[in-house]
Design a protein. Structure first.
Length: 212
């Protein structure tokens, strides 16, 4: 059985999304800049069906993450579609179009049941009976590979607070958002982190921790 990993981008002042998140700006004001280091990267572009891109130390980090993950978990806010019951007449199918970049099973935490959504290369399963159920289903789908919690902050916090996370990867961007959603809000000294390594690259520092 693989590990449960949390991977997320964060600003220097601790935010993983900026203020005033909306359908037009799902990462809030300035939040998209947390991922600027990835957008021109060869490994990121290939995962999104694009050609070309830059090669730098982040390339190996992204390739490793893609190779290790056998399934993903995300929160309702990351999948999108707004709060409350799903709209049966106009269902939200995610931010990524008809061919999402995951190409692996994705389990979405939600309070509102919904039938699985099958898109090209990716099936989204909506889990309404808790984080442990989502993890069990994701582990069954992942086999010997890892399960990756990809966001947003609330989903990551729930797994960290429950003591279920084995590894934490923070992609630290050199910018200040000044507000928004913090990764570690409400978590305290009971969360023990052991640094494993750090990888410096243009526009980002990748920090790897073992969670104890």
């Amino acid at each position: 059985m693989g590990l449960l990993r949390v991977e997320i981008a964060m600003s220097l002042d601790g935010y993983v999304a900026g203020p005033d998140q909306s359908a037009d700006e799902p990462l809030g004001k300035g939040g998209e800049a947390l991922h600027e280091w990835a957008f021109a990267l060869d490994a990121w572009r290939q995962a999104h069906g694009r050609e070309g891109g830059d090669t730098n130390p982040s390339s190996a980090v992204v390739e490793e993450s893609l190779a290790r993950a056998g399934a993903h978990i995300m929160g309702r806010k990351m999948f999108g579609g707004g709060p409350g019951p799903w709209d049966a007449d106009d269902p939200w199918n995610g931010w990524w179009g008809e061919e999402p970049p995951f190409h692996k099973p994705v389990f979405v935490l939600t309070h509102h049941p919904r039938q699985p959504l099958e898109l090209t290369g990716t099936t989204f399963t909506f889990v309404s009976d808790g984080i442990e159920s989502a993890l069990a289903q994701a582990r069954a789908a992942a086999g010997d590979k890892d399960v990756q919690v990809s966001g947003g902050a609330e989903a990551c916090r729930q797994y960290l607070a429950a003591g279920l996370v084995d590894e934490l990867q923070i992609n630290l961007a050199p910018l200040l958002l000044g507000g928004g959603e913090r990764l570690f809000e409400g978590l305290g000294p009971d969360l023990k982190l052991e640094q494993q390594r750090a990888v410096e690259a243009p526009g980002v520092t990748h920090l790897f921790y073992r969670v104890g």
